[in-house]
Each structure stands twice: as structure tokens, then as C-alpha cells.
Design a binder for this molecule. Structure first.
Ligand code: ATP
Length: 547
């Protein structure tokens, strides 16, 4: 009988038994209990195995001519079953798993079929890759190799294999080990013809001019952005962008900031000027917000005290440059202060230092992936952020021979090329890629900027720069409704269109300051990339509205 070691049932212990018999009976009882336990365990395991087999059978609804156990196309995974497979990520396949069997799902990044009985594939999962080898001795195994070789690149497969350490270390994949696979099921087939080959799109910039190197143009990449985003560098860029947002909100939340969501459909232009997308709002005209400016200030009037927002910003700028988009992600913050807007500047400085340090700590692999393809000097910054006066920046340019910087800078706005040149001068003199300037001319700042306390031609404003390009604009804001009205009128703004904004300061208003940061610019310049379109997931510029 299953679960018993002998056919004899264990005798019960009775008082008339000899000590020897009692001992034997006790031992027999113990054995019987142990056997029963083991039998139960075996039964449970058999049940589990049966469940697993049944679940796998549903999962492996394959075409009739293939062996469901080792290879084939899976039916559409429509949540009909849940097998008990334990999945391993490609990045977790390390030497510590040597000799262990693992299930992995990934895309076929490369296939090399050496013979009917030996094939290699590189399996990719986001930015991690591992080499898999399948070898065959039986006809069935050879068919599995044929099947594997027939799958188009970029198809998604489930493979089962044993982790091994190859005699010659693998350097072409992120994982130094090899997976000796015995099972391979296709989850989803890619088209046989790709718009471009990922190996071409992954090619480092330095190898673009090598003989036979196919170049993938930026437009082709952007037209097929989901494929482009699968390249190691682009995938990494998206993760770095995500981390910048996480770090921004992490730091500000820690500092007592409240995350807000201001409306993007608004009645009047938030920043004034012509760069506004207009649309119909039922019977009325409306605009897409050019920034959360007025609303984040109203949040301060509403006693939220310190606020931040991560959201889309729309600019109808017909600027076809490497750093302008028509829709970008704004990282905005605004806070009340007690006496001087430098209190706010300190928070902005610290936020950036937290972001840069966080990226270096958390995204090392991603930064390397980007720089493998698009090499750049590492971004240089220090905990003590360099502060310059706007007039000092102008002086540095003048001294470096920029004759177009006027002596009277009260209406002067520094241009892109001059900004870049100044970035180089600052780097040479102070050895930093990160700095900011304060006290911009009042005439070049928006109406809501607080004038300078002693020099009426200047304002309490600041811009931050990375590698010589502007990434932040900010200022102390006017919180006095009369002065605000006066400033708006002076700049030709129709005051009735911003009445609720101005009125929000009539109920008692804290002095406050803040800034707007462009996410894509921060990421582009941190990584030293040459075009903002590389950083936006689906860029919108004057010529591009799809995909
Ligand atoms: P620029 O002079 O470079 O056009 P701006 O002075 O118009 O910028 P702000 O309106 O002050 O910029 O916006 C704050 C931040 O938002 C900028 O420092 C930048 O990081 C980002 N930004 C502004 N315009 C764009 C744009 N068109 N595309 C991407 N980012 C932008």
C-alpha cells in the first residue's frame, strides 16, 4: 500500500508489552507517520505537476507539426491560464546562477545558425542581452533549431535553458554567461522585414563611417520610433528621463512640496505672446497652456506654500532647432519665501545636485549605454553651484572678443550661440558644466517678474545652464496686485484676460519665487546628446505630429 513501509499496520502500545516491544511499536508508529507525510507530499507534488502540465498545455497551444514540449508558436496569450513557471530577467542571469535552469522571455536580437544542429541567438530584454545556444543530436532537436532559425528578428520568445560559463568570455552581450537552451516558444512574431535593423541603429557614432555601415537617419528613426526606442541607448534615455522626474519629486516632496496638476486647457495665453496653440472650446476660444506659471502662483495664494508639477507644456514656436519642441515636459516649482528669493535659489540648487547625484548612482548602466553609442564628456558639476551676475557673463563674453555684446545691456537678451560660448568660457575658468546667472534685465523678462530692489533696469531673475544651454528660467514673482497690473499694462497684456490671476493676490499674498525646467533639455545636456528629439518619447516639432 502506498505510503507504508511494510504491509503490517503499526501495533498500538499496550501496558502489558515488554519494554523492547514498546520501543519497537513506537518506532514503527513513527515510521508509519513519516511515510504517510511523504506520501501526502508526493501526492501534492504530483497534483502540482499535473496542474503545471495542464497549464503549459494551454499555454503551448501550438501548430500541429511541432513538438509542444520543446518548441513552437504559442497561441495568443489571452489569460486563459497561469502556469507556475518562475521567470528570470536577463539582467539577473549572472554566474551565480551557473548550472541552474531558467525561463526567460525576450526578443531575438540576433540569430546565427551555424549548422542544422547548432544555433546561437542573442536574447534581449530592454537593455540587457544574453547569448543563448541550442545544440541538437536528435531529429526533434534539429527541428527545434530549424524553428528557432525561422523566427524573424525582434520576435518575442520564451526560452528555457541552463546557465553556463563559456570557455571564452562573452563580451558582446551585457551578461557574461551563456544559456544552453532546450526549449523555445514564440510568443509573438515580428514582421520579417523591419524598417531598419536594430544593429544599424545601435551602432556607435564613432563607427558610423566605417565601410558597409548602414546609417539610419533621424527621420527614419522617428517615423518608426517604437523600434528606435528599443535601441540600447534610446531605451536607456527613457529610463534616465523617468529617473529625473522621480528624483525631482522625491527631493521636493522631502522638502514639504505638494504636487499639483494645473489645467492645460485655459482661456488665455499663460505667457502671452504669439507662441500659443489656439483651439475651440465648445463655443469659445481656448489655448493650450504654455506653462503652469499663473496656476502654480495661484496655488501659493491658496496657501499650498510649496508646490511642484510635472506636466506637458505647449509652445507654438516655429523653431526648428536642436533644443526646441512644440510640446515638452515641464518640471515646475514655486514656493513662498520669507525675505529673499535666494531662499528659493538654494532649494533649486539642491534639487539639481540631488538629481545629478541620483542619476550617477542609480543610472550608471543606462548612462554607459547611451555613451557607448553617443560618446560625450561626462557632465561636470559640483555641490557648490557657481552663481554669476548676468552683467558678469556679458563681461566675460565681451572680453573674449564678442563685439556684439552692447555696453548698455538693459534691453539685451543673450542669444543661443553666445550662451554656448559663455558655457565654454565658464568651463575653462571654473571647471563646471553647471551654473546660473542672476539679475537679468527687466526688459527681457515676463511681466510677472519682480523688478530689482535698487536697479530699475534689472529684475530678481535667474536662468540655469548645463553645458552652456539654458535649462531653467525663474524669478521672484510680483505678488503685489497693483504693481502686477501696472507691469502687465506696460507690456501690452490685456488685463481682463488675467483678472482671476491678479485677483488671487488681493486676498493677502506671500512673497514667492520659482522656476520652470525643461525635462528633455536636462536629459539631453546631462548626457551630452546633440538633439532634443532623441530624448522626447514621441517628439512634436513644427514638422512632426506623428507617430
Ligand atoms: P528658450 O529661450 O531656450 O527658447 P525660453 O526662455 O522660452 O527658452 P522658458 O519659457 O523660460 O524658456 O521655459 C523654461 C524652460 O523650459 C527652459 O529653460 C527650457 O528648459 C524649457 N523650454 C522652453 N521652451 C522649450 C521648447 N520649445 N522645447 C523644449 N524645452 C523648452
Amino acid at each position: 500500500m502506498e505510503g507504508k513501509t511494510t504491509d503490517e499496520p503499526a501495533k498500538a502500545v499496550t501496558p502489558d508489552m515488554s519494554a523492547e516491544d514498546k520501543k519497537k511499536a513506537k518506532e514503527a508508529k513513527k515510521q508509519a507517520e513519516k511515510a504517510a507525510k511523504e506520501a501526502k507530499k508526493a501526492e501534492r507534488e504530483a497534483q502540482l505537476a499535473e496542474q503545471r502540465r495542464a497549464a503549459e498545455a494551454v499555454l503551448c497551444k501550438t501548430v500541429a507539426d511541432v513538438n509542444v514540449d520543446t518548441y513552437g508558436n504559442l497561441g495568443v496569450i489571452n489569460s486563459a491560464t497561469k502556469s507556475l513557471r518562475v521567470w528570470t530577467t536577463v539582467s539577473a542571469i549572472t554566474p551565480s546562477l551557473t548550472e541552474q535552469g531558467v525561463w526567460v522571455r525576450g526578443r531575438i536580437a540576433e540569430t546565427r545558425c551555424k549548422s542544422k544542429s547548432l544555433a546561437f541567438i542573442v536574447l534581449r530584454q530592454q537593455t540587457s542581452t544574453v547569448q543563448c545556444v541550442m545544440s541538437a543530436t536528435t531529429e526533434d532537436e534539429k527541428d527545434a533549431i530549424k524553428f528557432l532559425a525561422s523566427l524573424p528578428l525582434e520576435s518575442i520568445v520564451d526560452v528555457y535553458g541552463t546557465v553556463t560559463i563559456p570557455p571564452v568570455p562573452i563580451t558582446s552581450t551585457t551578461q557574461p554567461v551563456e544559456l544552453a537552451i532546450t526549449r523555445c516558444h514564440c510568443v509573438s512574431k515580428s514582421l520579417p522585414e523591419l524598417p531598419f535593423q536594430l544593429k544599424d541603429a545601435n551602432r556607435p557614432e564613432s563607427e558610423m563611417n566605417e565601410e558597409g555601415a548602414v546609417q539610419v537617419s533621424q527621420d527614419t528613426r522617428l517615423d518608426n520610433r517604437i523600434l528606435d526606442l528599443r535601441t540600447l541607448a534610446m531605451n536607456a534615455v527613457m529610463k534616465i528621463s523617468s529617473e529625473v522626474c522621480t528624483l525631482f519629486s522625491e527631493y521636493l516632496s522631502k522638502e514639504g512640496f505638494v504636487q499639483i496638476h494645473s489645467p492645460k486647457l485655459i482661456g488665455g495665453a499663460s505667457e502671452g505672446g504669439a507662441n500659443v496653440f489656439k483651439l475651440k472650446y465648445f463655443e469659445r476660444d481656448a489655448c493650450l497652456a504654455q506653462s503652469p506659471q499663473l496656476y502654480k502662483q495661484m496655488a501659493i495664494s491658496a496657501d499650498l506654500d510649496r508646490v511642484f508639477e510635472i506636466g506637458p507644456v505647449f509652445r507654438a514656436e516655429n523653431s526648428n532647432t536642436h533644443r526646441h519642441l512644440c510640446e515638452f515636459v515641464g518640471l515646475d516649482m514655486e514656493m513662498a519665501f520669507k525675505e529673499h528669493y535666494f531662499e528659493v535659489l538654494e532649494v533649486i540648487e539642491n534639487t539639481f545636485c540631488f538629481i545629478f547625484k541620483g542619476l550617477e548612482e542609480r543610472c550608471q548602466k543606462e548612462i554607459e549605454a547611451v555613451h557607448r553609442q553617443w560618446p560625450a564628456e561626462p557632465f561636470k558639476w559640483g555641490n557648490k553651484v557657481l552663481r554669476l551676475e548676468f552683467s558678469e557673463g556679458c563681461k566675460m563674453l565681451r572680453e573674449a572678443g564678442f563685439s556684439d555684446i552692447p555696453d548698455d545691456i538693459s534691453q539685451f537678451d543673450i542669444g543661443t550661440e553666445q550662451e554656448k560660448a559663455l558655457g565654454k568660457l565658464v568651463k575653462a575658468k571654473y571647471d563646471t558644466d553647471f551654473y546660473y546667472m542672476i539679475n537679468y534685465p527687466l526688459g527681457v523678462r515676463p511681466f510677472y517678474t519682480m523688478p530689482h530692489p535698487t536697479d530699475p533696469s534689472l529684475s530678481n531673475s535667474y536662468d540655469f545652464f548645463m553645458r552652456g544651454e539654458e535649462i531653467v528660467s525663474g524669478a521672484q514673482r510680483v505678488h503685489d496686485p497693483e504693481l502686477l497690473t501696472e507691469r502687465a499694462q506696460k507690456l501690452g497684456i490685456e488685463v481682463s484676460t488675467i483678472k482671476s490671476y491678479i485677483d488671487s493676490f488681493r486676498l493677502g499674498a506671500h512673497p514667492h519665487a520659482g522656476c520652470g525646467i525643461g525635462l528633455e533639455r536636462v536629459v539631453m545636456l546631462f548626457l551630452g546628446l546633440n538633439n532634443i528629439r532623441k530624448v522626447s518619447m514621441f517628439p512634436r516639432d513644427p514638422k512632426r505630429l506623428t507617430p
